[in-house]
Design a protein around this ligand. Structure first.
Ligand code: CS2
Ligand code: MN
Length: 354
C-alpha cells in the first residue's frame, strides 16, 4: 500500500507539510484546489502551481480528492453536458501533472453529515458523531449553523458556503428525483467520463455515502454491496473504481466490509481507513484500533496484504487529541497514530508471510 495524508493547502490547514513528512513512510499528499466549487474550471496554471508546490516538499501528488460534481449532473439537467465537459477537461489537465486517481462522490446536496463535530469521549478526546434522533429532529438551518459554529472557522469539505447558499433551491429541485433517476444520472456521467479517464490513465474512485443511508429524504445510492457492484458494472472498466471508505460503509452493520473489500479489491484504487463505533441509532468515530470501534481494521489490512495491495491508503478522520485546534476530523495527531497502526498491522502480516 502507498500511504497518503489529506492536506487542504497552504493557509487552509492547521497541519503543515513539514509535520506530515515526519510521519513514517507517508509518501503521498491527497490534495485538491480547495477554493474551487463544483463546476468551476481548473486552469493548468493553478493545477501545476499546487502540484509543484507539494512535489517540491518531497511528496507525490497521485491522488486528488475531490473534484466535486455539479448538482446539475446529479439532477440530470440539460446543462449537465456543459459541466461534464468541464469535468473531462479537468481530468485531462490533472493527468498532465501525473495524477493517477480522482476521488469524488455522488451524494445529492450534502457530502458527509454529522450531528456533532466534537462529541467528548471518556478519555477527553472529541470526535465526529452522528445521532439519527438529533439529525432527524433538527432543522436545516440549525444543522448549518452547528456546522459552521463547530468548524473553528475552517470550511468543511462538502459544506462550502457557496454550495450552501443555494440550498433551498437545490433541495426543491431534488423533490422530483427518485433513486432510479439518480442511477440514470450516474450512469450518464460515468459513460461520459470513464472513456476520458481511460485515455488519460486516471482511475476514478467514487466515495460512498456518509452516512450510508438517505438523509432529509434525498436519494442516496452508493452505500451497499449491491450498489457498488452495480456502479462497477455500469461501465465495466478498471478506470471506473471505488474509494473504499471503511468508516462510511462501516456505519451500518448491514455491510460486511472484509467480504466487500475482497470482492472489489481489483477495482479499488483508493482506501479511506478509519473506525467507527456503532450504538443503536448513534455512531461515532474512534481511534483506528480494531478493539476501539465496530470495524475490524485488522481484517481490512489482512485483505489488503493478502492481495499485495498497490493502491493508495489514507487515514480518514481522526479524533481531536491533546487540545489540538484543527478542522474537525482532520487534526494531525490521531491521523498520524492511525498511520502507525495501519503500518504496524501491515508489517506484522508481512513478517508472518515470510
Ligand atoms: C471525506 C469526504 O471528510 C470526509 O468525510 O471522506 O468529504 C470525501 O472527501 C468526499 O465525499 C469525496 O468526494
Ligand atoms: Mn471517507
Amino acid at each position: 500500500m502507498k500511504m497518503a495524508f489529506r492536506w487542504f493547502g497552504e493557509n487552509n490547514d492547521s497541519v503543515t507539510l513539514d509535520q506530515i513528512r515526519q510521519i513514517p513512510q507517508t509518501s503521498n499528499i491527497v490534495w485538491s484546489l480547495h477554493d474551487k466549487v463544483a463546476g468551476d474550471t481548473w486552469s493548468e496554471a493553478e493545477i501545476t502551481k499546487e502540484a509543484n508546490f507539494i512535489k517540491a516538499q518531497g511528496f507525490e501528488i497521485d491522488v486528488v480528492e475531490s473534484v466535486n460534481i455539479h448538482e446539475d449532473i446529479k439532477l440530470g439537467k440539460v446543462s449537465r453536458d456543459k459541466y461534464i465537459e468541464i469535468y473531462q477537461d479537468t481530468i485531462r489537465k490533472l493527468s498532465k501533472v501525473g495524477v493517477k486517481v480522482i476521488c469524488y462522490n455522488f451524494m445529492p446536496v450534502f457530502d458527509w453529515m454529522r450531528s456533532d463535530l466534537a462529541m467528548p469521549l471518556k478519555d477527553g478526546s472529541t470526535v465526529l458523531a452522528y445521532d439519527a434522533d438529533i439529525v432527524e429532529a433538527r432543522s436545516f438551518e440549525q444543522t448549518l449553523k452547528d456546522f459552521s459554529d463547530g468548524a473553528l472557522g475552517y470550511t468543511l469539505p462538502g459544506w462550502e458556503p457557496e454550495r450552501l447558499a443555494l440550498l433551498a433551491e437545490t433541495l426543491k429541485a431534488y423533490q422530483s428525483i427518485t433513486e432510479d433517476q439518480l442511477w440514470k444520472n450516474l450512469e450518464y456521467f460515468l459513460k461520459a467520463i470513464i472513456p476520458v479517464a481511460r485515455e488519460y490513465g486516471i482511475k476514478m474512485a467514487i466515495h460512498p455515502d456518509d452516512p450510508p443511508w438517505s438523509i432529509f429524504n434525498l436519494p442516496r445510492i452508493v452505500n451497499r454491496v449491491e450498489h457498488l457492484r452495480k456502479i462497477l458494472s455500469l461501465v465495466d472498466d478498471p478506470h471506473n473504481g471505488l474509494t473504499f471508505c471503511t468508516g462510511s460503509l462501516g456505519s451500518t452493520s448491514e455491510n460486511d466490509l472484509p467480504a466487500m473489500l475482497t470482492e472489489f479489491i481489483d477495482r479499488t484504487p483508493f482506501m479511506h481507513i478509519r473506525n467507527v463505533k456503532r450504538e443503536d441509532r448513534l455512531f461515532y468515530e474512534t481511534s483506528h484500533r480494531t478493539q476501539d470501534g465496530s470495524v475490524n481494521i485488522t481484517k481490512i489490512i489482512e485483505v489488503l496484504h493478502a492481495h499485495n495491495y498497490q493502491g493508495y491508503v489514507r487515514p480518514d478522520h481522526g479524533r481531536m487529541l491533546w487540545n489540538e485546534a484543527a478542522r474537525p476530523g482532520y487534526g494531525l495527531y490521531d491521523r498520524a497514530l492511525g498511520i502507525m497502526y495501519l503500518w504496524g498491522l501491515w508489517d506484522a502480516f508481512q513478517q508472518k508471510s515470510k
